[in-house]
Ligand binder design. Structure first.
Ligand code: NAG
Ligand code: CU
Length: 226
């Protein structure tokens, strides 16, 4: 009996974590876990100064991962594992680079292209749960042609009352984008842009008075590309 309850508890915990596992470009998907640097587990990254904050554990190399074609302005749909953890979803691009597969993504050159925080009384994860754990956004219409990393982040804030307790779930896809050109700003560094004690990462009153409607995900403003 004891062993049985332990397994149930373990399963419940593991299933509460999440990975980014599939995406669609204009409704076409390369397949389950295809084109994504899949991490070795669904555990969160909590050290925002670690290189793991870029593309998750083991994510600094994309050898063997398919790079998927897209065009500037295309609609991207991401799908994550089910999540009950309250928090936002954000998307960033890194590039253009010669080869997405051989790009670590460590350092300057990331720019935010999409963010959903707390809308109409629901965190992004709740909104996604109602639509099969998916989320849609568009690539900027003004991008240079080249290869890019697309970073999908779901930040779980249930542990944010503790310094270092916020949980970053991250997955990076590899895209080969055709576009008319354009420069995107502002750009940020990863690691670098996030600090453990930032007010969007460490929220001592998260369950006691914090107003979620004021919340903005880390990484700054959505970039303008022109
Ligand atoms: C939800 O997503 C899964 C995995 O992609 C898919 O098999 C299933 O058909 C989807 N369900 C609906 C209702 O779209
Ligand atoms: Cu979890």
């Amino acid at each position: 009996m004891l062993k049985f309850s332990f397994s149930i508890a373990l399963f419940a915990h593991v299933s509460a974590h999440q990975n980014f596992h599939q995406f669609w470009v204009n409704d076409e998907s390369p397949g389950y876990q295809v084109g994504i640097r899949m991490p070795p587990s669904n555990n969160p990254v909590t050290d925002v100064t670690s290189n793991d904050i870029v593309c998750n554990v083991g994510g600094t190399d994309g050898t063997g991962v398919t790079t998927v074609a897209a065009k500037a302005g295309d609609t991207i749909k991401v799908q994550w594992d089910s999540s009950t953890h309250p928090g936002p979803i954000t998307h960033m691009l890194y590039g253009p680079v010669g080869s997405a597969a051989s790009t670590s993504g460590i350092g300057a050159g990331w720019f935010k292209i999409d963010e959903q925080d707390y809308v109409d009384g629901k965190w992004a994860n709740e909104v996604m749960e109602a639509i099969n754990m998916t989320h849609n956004f568009a690539l900027p219409p003004n991008l240079k042609s080249g290869e890019y990393l697309l970073r999908s982040e779901m930040l779980a804030l249930h542990g944010s009352q503790t310094l270092g307790g916020a949980q970053f779930y991250i997955g990076c896809a590899q895209l080969s984008i055709t576009g008319p050109g354009g420069d995107c700003s502002p750009q940020i560094s990863l690691p670098g842009a996030y600090n453990a004690d930032d007010s969007d990462i460490y929220i001592p009153d998260f369950y006691y008075g914090f107003d979620p409607t004021t919340y903005k995900a880390p990484g700054g403003e959505i970039a303008t590309c022109s």
